[in-house]
Design a protein around this ligand. Structure first.
Ligand SMILES: [Zn+2]
Ligand SMILES: [Zn+2]
Length: 173
């Protein structure tokens, strides 16, 4: 964790130097409004740089509940300090499953690749770690700070799968 923080600090310092170099290169002396803007930009940049760095090796564990069918479960997204994992839903077992490997080691090979005409993209399919059935890694929206980044319920298919606010979201590493 510490190493990550230092790295992101160094990253931010580089950004600061670039920002100052750019300010110096500016022929007009910065007026108040501009320097206020610079401060705001720096703060924003710090937030953007630090948040992913601090959570880079921390996974999130979300309590989920479907408002339509009532299905409840916890879903883990991301790996920890020592491991990485792919999350998917095993239809056979009716639960979320996790394909894990040690951080730094090679990611497991998919059992198949299929082409999805809806997106034009190739989808990698993995073997469920608990049974012989295949699963597709969760396909999530990026930058979802409040939830796991998807809202389709794996049981009823409706977009009513939400974080159960009565329970806590847990970060793990
Ligand atoms: Zn399975
Ligand atoms: Zn449901």
């Amino acid at each position: 964790m510490k190493r990550t923080t230092q790295r992101s600090r160094a990253c931010f310092d580089r950004f600061e130097r670039r920002l100052h170099a750019r300010a110096k290169a500016n022929v007009h002396p910065p007026n108040n409004e501009e320097s206020k803007m610079t401060t705001r930009t720096s703060f924003l940049a710090l937030t953007i740089l630090l948040v992913p760095a601090l959570t880079a090796f921390a996974g999130m564990d979300y309590p989920m509940k479907c408002k339509n069918c009532g299905f409840t479960c916890r879903v883990q997204i991301g790996g920890g300090m020592g491991f990485e994992q792919i999350t998917g839903f095993c239809v056979e077992a009716g639960k979320f499953v996790y394909l894990q490997w040690k951080r730094g080691e090679k990611k497991p090979e998919p059992m198949a690749k299929v082409w999805d005409s809806a997106t034009g993209k190739m989808i990698e399919i993995y073997k469920c770690p608990d049974c012989p059935q295949p699963f597709i890694p969760l396909r999530r929206k990026a930058n979802d700070a409040d939830g796991p980044g998807f809202d389709h319920c794996p049981k009823c298919g409706k977009q009513t799968f939400q974080v159960d606010k009565a329970q806590g979201i847990i970060a793990f590493d």
